[in-house]
Design a binder for this molecule. Structure first.
Ligand SMILES: [Zn+2]
Length: 326
């Protein structure tokens, strides 16, 4: 932790602490004694003595986490607080700026704990801003944790990261998914125009994938099923419960979608279900029963609403094409 309190309750920042004064210091969470640590490897911080049980601060805070918090403190507005305790939530975000609760996550966190923390913030009108550390930067895949940290934006989901080594904020955007090449995204680095980028992005018009060939996609699916790939088998299993065969859908179902990144192959099942249930409420409740939603900060109903409208549009276009033939 970067903050401790003295015997009178005054908060002391580790970077400003003078060891020579040998003041006794305590954890602001559990009030147990803490010790000052500073070395060549680690930046100045406070830590509990061994074997102390504290629910407010996890021990063994990594160098990345400590440095990240300090770096963010420098980058964010001057009135940003480090490790501010929120009594009504019994939660302590890494940093707090107005109602923005900033969490720098660089070590694994269980899905239950992540969900509980996020929901607790939202219920109390704090907006959680999850920033991921190096190990959660998207690569070929997006980890479960990174999915949860994706934020909604006018141009689709975006993800923030912090590269402590380089002292840089990373802004991942334009996420997409292709049946052949998998996930793709763009990344913007640098700290100066931290929020300007968001404005620029809203001006950007997304062009649909031009290298998307419906029958090629169908063939790749066939191969994945043949190889018994777990995620596809599971999806096909769900499909069978509703008499849907993923390999035997109308052609329009294999086209790209506006939410291809978030839903990937699941789009096929959603489109298959649309062919069974043509009204939004019925379709939506069916989808909720079978679909897992790891994107806590992305509005599920809005996304599904877009997907449904897209289904209607594609279906209609396909119908009119069909009638023109005769
Ligand atoms: Zn403590």
């Amino acid at each position: 932790m970067l903050l401790a309190k003295d015997q009178w309750g005054n908060l002391v920042l580790a970077s400003e602490y003078q060891y020579q004064t040998r003041r006794k210091l305590y954890c602001p969470g559990c009030s147990q004694k803490v010790i000052f640590k500073c070395g060549i490897e680690k930046i100045p911080h406070f830590a509990h003595c061994k074997n102390q049980d504290c629910q407010h601060f996890s021990e063994g805070e990594t160098k990345e986490h400590l440095e990240g918090k300090q770096l963010l403190k420098k980058l964010l507005p001057a009135d940003t607080q480090v490790e501010a305790y929120l009594p009504s939530l019994a939660q302590r975000p890494d940093l707090l700026w107005r109602n923005l609760a900033i969490e720098f996550q660089c070590s694994p966190l269980s899905r239950q704990r992540f969900t509980a923390r996020t929901q607790n913030y939202l219920e109390h009108n704090y907006h959680p801003w999850w920033i991921v550390g190096q190990r959660f930067f998207p690569n070929k895949i997006c980890s479960q944790l990174a999915k949860g940290c994706l934020q909604d934006s006018p141009v689709g989901p975006v993800l923030w990261g912090l590269d402590v080594g380089k002292g840089e904020i990373l802004f991942f955007h334009s996420f997409d998914w292709h049946y052949q090449f998998g996930m793709s995204y763009e990344v913007k680095k640098g700290n100066a125009p931290l929020f300007d980028e968001l404005f620029w992005l809203t001006q950007k018009v997304k062009t649909p994938a031009s290298d998307w060939v419906w029958w090629q996609y169908q063939r790749i699916l066939q191969m994945k099923l043949f190889r018994k790939e777990q995620s596809i088998l599971q999806l096909q299993g769900l499909g069978y419960c509703h008499y849907i065969n993923l390999l035997d859908l109308p052609q329009w179902c294999y086209g790209p979608s506006c939410h291809q990144f978030l839903l990937q192959e699941k789009i096929l099942l959603l489109r298959g279900l649309f062919l069974k249930v043509r009204n939004f409420e019925g379709w939506f409740s069916l989808v909720l029963q079978i679909m897992d939603w790891p994107y806590l900060l992305v509005d599920q109903k809005q996304v599904l609403n877009d997907v449904f409208t897209e289904c209607q549009r594609l279906y209609k276009r396909n119908q009119s094409r069909g009638t023109r033939k005769f």
